[in-house]
Design a protein around this ligand. Sequence first.
Ligand code: AAL
Length: 485
Amino acid sequence: MIHKLFKIEMIKTTNLLFGLICITFVASGQVSKSSATLRLEQYDQNGNCNVAIPSNPEWNITFDRFNLKGDLAPNVRFTRRDPSSVLKVDGKYYVWYSYSLTDGPGKNAPWDLNDLYYASSSDGDTWEEHGPAVERGPAGSFDHRSVFTTEVFYHEGIFYLVYQAAANIEGIYGKNTIAMASATSPHGPWTKLNNPILEPTDSNTPVFDNNAVHDPCILYFKNKFHLFYKGEGNETPICGVGVWGLNKQVKWGVAISDNPTGPFIKSPYNPITNTGHEVCVWKSGEGIALMLHQDGPEFGTIQYAEDAVNFEIKGKVNEFVLMDYSSDYPEAAGLYRPVSEDVSPVSGVSWGLCHTLTREQGKFWMYLKRFENTNKQLIVNDADNEGIVTDSNTLSVIDLNDDNELQIYPNPVKDIMNINFKKPVTYLVEVISLMGAIVQKEIYDTTTNTMNLSQVKDGFYILRLTNKNNKNESYSKSFVKNSSE
Ligand code: AAL
C-alpha cells in the first residue's frame, strides 16, 4: 500500500461553527462543563462517590499479561516504563518508551534522567532494543533534565513522538511541558520542535492542570488533531482514591489543533474526566473511548464520547482491583494501533504493552509486559498485512537508505539552508509543508547550494530532491524552520 503523503485539509463549516461557539462561551465568561465534571458535582451533592456502571457486556474488558522476551525481558539493571502505542511498520512492530539504568547516578525518580528508547519485534513477544530515539537536550534547554512518558502517532507519511519534558528537577514532579519530535521512518532521525506544544495552565486559582501536563496522546478525529493529556493541579479532591492510597484525584484534558504540530488549544470543556492516572484512548464507533485507571471515583471504568469531550460511563474492566499492582490491569497501557481500525466498542483494546512496578531483587524498578484482551475474537490478526508500508516511492525509505546523497544544514534553520549533493546531476528541490503544500522550489545543477528560506513560516518541513531526468530518483530530509534560531 502506498500512503498518500499529503492531503489538502478542508476546513469544514461545522468546525468553524464549533470554534465560534467556543469563542462565544469564553467571551461571555460562561464555563462549559463536561459530563465528567457534572457527574463529579453530583457525587459531591450526594455525599458519596458511588459510581453507577451500566451493564453492557460488550463494553467490558478482561485482561491477561505476559512477560516479554529478548531485550525487553525483565532485567533489574534497566528500568523501562510508560510505553507508547505499538505500531506495525513494514511488517514489524515498534514501541517507544522511557529508559534509564535502574541505578543511574543522581536519579530522583524512576522517570528522572530518562531518554526515549525504542524496540521492534516480529511477533510482539520477542523484542530487539535499538537504542535511543529522542534524548535529553543540552544544558539550558526545556528538555535538559529528562524526556519521558511518550506516545507515537503516525499521520500522512510522518511519525510523531509526543512526550513529557523536564528542564530541571522541578519538572520531574510538576511544571513540566509536552514536547514533540517527528521523523519519516520509525528509525528516525527525529527532529525536535524547538518549543513545547503544551504547558500547565498558568492560573491564580487552582485548576486541574495548573501543576503538570502528563501522558500525552494524539488521535486524529473529525479532521482535527486531539491531544489528550492528564493534568495535575492544586484542586482539592472531591472523591480522591489514589495511587499508594493517597487522596488523589487526577483529571484529563484535551487540546485541539488543525495541524499535527499545533498550536493546540485546550478545550473549554476541560477537564473531560474526573479520574485516571494514565491516558488510554482509542477510536470507537463514531467517537472516542477511554479506560480509566485509579486516582478518582470512576476507576476501572470504560467510557465513550461521540464528541471527544462529554464522556459517559459504558462498562468496566472486569477483575479490577484498586491499588493491587499484581492484578492484570495493564498499567500505562500502550495500545496496538492497527492500520485498519475496527471500531466496535472495545476492539481498540486488542493487545499492547504496559509497564509493571516491582520490588523484586531488592530494588524498585519497572519493566514492560504484553497485555491482551482475554476475548480472543478481539485480538487483531494482522498476519496478512504489513501495517504502515514505507514504499520506495515514499520519503521514509529514501531517508533511511540514501542518507548520504543529500546533506542539509543547519537544522533547525533560521533563513539560509546549505544544500549539498554528491552526484553532479540537475535536481528539482522542493520545500513541502506537513500539509502537503510546496512552499518553495528551485532547480540546482551544482553540488553545493544555498537556499534562502526567510519567506517560509516557522514549522516542520520536508526538503525533497528529485532528479530532473529521472523522476524515480528522489531523496528527502525533514527540517525545522525557526526564525528565532
Ligand atoms: C507516570 C506518568 C507520568 C508521570 C510519572 C512518569 O505514571 O503519569 O510519567 O510524570 O508517572
